[in-house]
Structure formats: C-alpha cells, structure tokens
Design a protein around this ligand. Structure first.
Ligand SMILES: Cc1cc2nc3c(=O)[nH]c(=O)nc-3n(C[C@H](O)[C@H](O)[C@H](O)COP(=O)(O)O)c2cc1C
Length: 183
C-alpha cells in the first residue's frame, strides 16, 4: 500500500546508468547519469540531464557534443566511480585514466568496454530546475553484437542501479508477452 512521503524521494530506480563522455579545449571527462532517456525515434534523439555544477556540463555546452555509453555489470565499480569523482577535484585531471576506462582510437567519446554507444550533437538545451536537459541528435551508434541476439535483443548482463551506490545484475530468466497473449 502506498504511503505519503516527501517529494525528495528518488524511488523510481532501478534503472541503467549512462556514462556521459565529453571533450572540449583539450579536456575530456566522463560522468554517471541516471537521468537519461530516448527522446525520438525519427530523427533519432537522446537526452541527458546534467547539473550545471558538473565539470561535464561545461564540456558538453562548450563542444556541443556528448557521448552516451552503456557498460555491463562487470563494470559496476567504475560506473559508480564516474559518479562520485569529479574532474573539479582530481589533481591529475583525467577521470578516465583514474578509473581504468579507455576510449576507442577512432571514436574518442566511445568507451572501449561499452556494449552500446551513441554520439550526439546538442540541438537544444532545456533548463529544468537545477539541471539542464541536453537534447542530442544521434549522429552515430555502435554496439557490441556479443551482447545482443540476432533480433538485437539485449542478452548481456546489465548493471542496474538501485540507488545509494547499489547495483544488481540482470539475469537470464525472462518473461515474454507477445501481442497475441492479450487477445
Ligand atoms: C549512479 C549515479 C547517477 C547519477 N546521475 C546523474 C545525472 O543524471 N545527472 C547529473 O547531473 N549527475 C548525476 N550524478 C552525479 C554526477 O555523476 C557526479 O556529480 C559526478 O561527480 C560529476 O562529475 P564531473 O564533475 O566530473 O562532471 C549521478 C551519480 C551517480 C553515482
């Protein structure tokens, strides 16, 4: 039964965490974003909400480009690390190196261990309270086929965030409800 709670309750998790990558004026960075969403199929658009105080915010706003990366459950620790470390506080000024995250030589915003990557161009910035919604036009998508079946259904082990630094893995047990099951 539902009981009334305060309005500051982020109980909508579990959900996946996207790793947002950006690079501007010779500085690159990565940060965790639980607030991310597909926005349009045609044209393909993807959005992410970034607090204005994040170092990543300035890089996305300055370059007009961001990457969205999804890493598997085996990488839950570095996923969380990108969300508790800030480039503002790192003396060596490279969060990727600190967390052992590598990028692809021909795609500097794509993380080598991602199973899915979108490269987006910012086409709109919408202020939403203490965050900005960066609306991205998806210019490029890469995926690792070993994480998907021949119908492009995800079969890997995703890192699912529960809140409060906690993650669980998706299992292989599935329930499938085809349209005809509603006849
Ligand atoms: C699991 C998780 C999800 C997060 N989701 C968001 C988010 O959607 N938007 C945001 O602005 N910050 C989010 N954060 C906080 C940033 O990732 C965090 O402040 C990070 O240190 C920012 O890094 P930067 O200052 O180097 O850009 C999240 C943190 C965690 C751990």
């Amino acid at each position: 039964m539902l009981s009334e709670t305060g309005t500051q309750f982020f109980g909508y998790y579990p959900g996946t965490v996207a790793l947002v990558t950006a690079e501007h004026a010779g500085v690159r960075n990565v940060m965790a974003a639980g607030w991310h969403t597909a926005l349009s199929a045609q044209p393909p658009m993807y959005g992410v909400l970034i607090g204005r105080e994040r170092a990543t915010h300035g890089l996305v706003a300055g370059s007009g480009t961001f990457g969205i990366n999804f890493l598997p459950a085996s990488h839950a620790k570095p996923i969380q690390g990108t969300g508790v470390l800030s480039l503002h506080d790192l003396p060596q000024k490279d969060k990727l190196t600190r967390l052992g995250l590598q990028t692809l030589p021909d795609a500097p915003l794509a993380l080598a261990d991602a199973y899915l990557y979108y490269r987006c161009r910012v086409i709109q910035t919408v202020p939403t309270g203490d965050h900005d919604l960066f609306v991205g036009e998806v210019l490029e998508v890469r995926h690792d086929p070993t994480f998907y079946d021949d119908r492009r259904l995800f079969t890997g082990e995703a890192a699912v965030y529960l809140g409060r630094s906690s993650y669980v893995k998706t299992t292989q047990g599935r329930e499938i409800y085809l349209p005809e099951s509603f006849d």
